[in-house]
Design a binder for this molecule. Structure first.
Ligand SMILES: Cc1cc2nc3c(=O)[nH]c(=O)nc-3n(C[C@H](O)[C@H](O)[C@H](O)COP(=O)(O)OP(=O)(O)OC[C@H]3O[C@@H](n4cnc5c(N)ncnc54)[C@H](O)[C@@H]3O)c2cc1C
Length: 375
C-alpha cells in the first residue's frame, strides 16, 4: 500500500494552499475531478478579516502570506457588481474595491509550485472512504493509500469534511442554493454577472440593502425552499433569466458552526469548515494555509499542533460566537421572512442615526453578524 506523510483531499483553493505548506514531505494531493478549475467560481478576492490578502500589482496577483506572485492573475479591480439579465439590470455598489482573480492562472501557479516541491498530484481520482486509528489513516481512492495525517479540503459535501464533523448536517443547512451564471465580465470597474435562468440564487456577500434578501434567504429552515425563494425567483425572472446552462451548488451554514477542525489525525480546511463570511476564496486560502502548517508541525512531532489548529481556526472564524447563537436557529427558521427582512433593514439604519425602535431591541453584535459578515 502506498504510504505518505500527508494526503490532502481536494485541489480547491484550500487544498492547494495546504499542500504548498507541506513541501519537503512525501505528500499526495487527490482531486476527484479531471480539472482543478471550476468555471465562474470563487473569483472575487473578498477582504475578510481572517482571509489571505490578495494584492493587485498591475495585472500581477500577489499573495504575501504564501510568497506567491501570479503574473496575469488579476482580471480586474471592481467597484460594483452588475447583475445583468435579458432586459433589466441591478447594481450592487462595493464599499471597497475588490480584486477579481483569474482562477486558472492562480491555480496554475499553485500547481507549478507543488510540482517544484515534489508533491504528487492526482486528478480524476475521488476519495471514497477514510479510516483512521489515530496513528495511521487509510484513504481509499482508486487504490488504498496510507498516511500519517490527512487534510480534507474537499468542500462542503466531501467525505473527509463529513468524517471530521459527522453531525454537521444535522445541525441544519441553512443555505443551499444554486447559481446560474452564464459568464463573468469585468469592465470599467464593474463585475458583470450574466444570468441565465436563476431558479435559485447564491449571493454570499453583504453589500448594501440588496444583500438583505440573500441574508434573509440564508435563514430559511434547513435549505427547504420557502416563500422567499419564490420572491427571489420572481426578482430574477424580472431580470430576464430564462435558460439553464450551468449549475453550481454552495452551502453556507449560519448559526450552525462546524465545531471541530480536526478529528484524530484528520484535519478539515476550507469550505468543509466554512461558515457565512468565511466561505470565500480568501477564507479557503487562509484555512488551507493554517491546516498545512498544522499538519507540518504534527508531522514534526508536535502534539500541540492540532489543538492549536483548532484554536486558531476558532479565533479566525468567530466559532465561539456562532456557537453561542445556535439556539436562535430554529426560532429564526420559523420567522416570517418578509418580517425578518423588514426588521433587518430597519436594524441596518442604526448606523445612519435613523434607528427604528424595533431595531434597538436587536443587539448590535447580532445585526453585525447578520448584516456585516465581512466586518
Ligand atoms: C457559485 C459560487 C461562486 C462563488 N463566488 C465567490 C466569489 O466570487 N468570491 C469568493 O471569495 N468566494 C466565492 N465562492 C466561494 C469560494 O469559491 C469557496 O469558498 C472556495 O472556493 C472554497 O474552496 P475550497 O478549496 O474550500 O473548496 P472547493 O473549491 O469546493 O474545493 C473542493 C475540492 O475538493 C474536490 N473534492 C470533493 N470531493 C472529493 C473527493 N471525494 N475526492 C477528491 N476530491 C474531492 C472538489 O472536486 C473540489 O475541487 C463562490 C462559491 C460558489 C459555489
Amino acid at each position: 500500500m502506498p504510504r505518505y506523510d500527508a494526503i490532502v483531499v481536494g485541489a480547491g483553493h484550500a487544498g492547494l494552499a495546504c499542500a504548498a505548506e507541506l513541501g519537503g514531505r512525501k505528500v499526495l494531493l487527490l482531486e476527484g475531478r479531471e480539472s482543478v478549475v471550476q468555471k465562474a467560481r470563487g473569483c472575487l478576492g473578498l477582504g475578510l478579516p481572517v482571509g489571505a490578502r490578495l494584492e493587485a500589482r498591475g495585472d500581477e496577483l500577489v499573495l504575501p502570506e504564501h510568497h506567491l506572485a501570479v503574473p496575469g492573475g488579476v482580471r480586474g479591480l471592481i467597484h460594483r457588481l452588475e447583475l445583468r439579465g435579458h432586459r433589466e439590470r441591478a447594481f450592487l455598489p462595493l464599499e471597497t474595491p475588490r480584486v477579481v482573480v483569474d482562477e486558472r492562472r492562480l491555480k496554475g501557479a499553485w500547481l507549478r509550485r507543488l510540482e517544484a516541491s515534489g508533491i504528487e498530484v492526482q486528478l480524476g481520482n475521488p476519495v471514497r472512504e477514510l479510516q483512521t486509528d489515530g496513528r495511521e489513516a487509510r484513504v481509499r481512492a482508486d487504490v488504498e493509500h496510507q498516511a500519517r495525517v490527512v487534510v480534507g479540503a474537499d468542500g462542503v459535501h466531501g467525505p473527509v469534511a463529513q468524517h471530521v464533523n459527522p453531525r454537521r448536517e444535522k445541525l441544519g443547512v441553512l443555505f443551499q442554493r444554486e447559481v446560474e451564471v452564464d459568464r463573468l465580465e469585468v469592465g470599467r470597474g464593474t463585475l458583470m454577472l450574466h444570468l441565465l435562468e436563476a431558479g435559485r440564487w447564491f449571493l454570499a456577500m453583504g453589500f448594501e440593502d440588496r444583500c438583505l434578501a440573500s441574508v434573509v434567504e440564508l435563514l430559511g429552515p434547513h435549505g427547504v425552499p420557502g416563500d422567499l425563494d419564490r420572491l427571489l425567483a420572481d426578482r430574477i425572472e424580472r431580470l430576464g433569466g430564462r435558460r439553464r446552462l450551468a449549475t453550481r451548488a454552495a452551502v453556507v451554514r449560519l448559526l450552525a458552526p462546524a465545531q471541530h477542525a480536526y478529528r484524530a489525525n484528520v484535519l478539515a480546511a476550507g469550505d468543509g469548515l466554512a461558515t457565512f463570511g468565511f466561505a470565500s476564496l480568501t477564507g479557503a486560502l487562509a484555512g488551507g494555509h493554517l491546516a498545512g502548517r498544522a499538519a507540518g508541525r504534527f508531522l514534526a512531532g508536535s502534539s500541540f499542533a492540532l489543538p492549536d489548529y483548532q484554536q486558531r481556526w476558532r479565533q479566525a472564524t468567530g466559532q465561539g460566537r456562532l456557537e453561542r447563537l445556535r439556539w436562535l436557529a430554529p426560532l429564526v427558521g420559523r420567522l416570517d421572512p418578509d418580517r425578518l427582512d423588514r426588521l433587518l433593514r430597519l436594524a441596518r439604519r442604526e448606523r445612519s442615526q435613523d434607528l427604528h425602535p424595533w431595531a434597538a431591541a436587536v443587539p448590535r453584535w447580532l445585526t453585525g453578524l447578520l448584516l456585516e459578515p465581512r466586518a
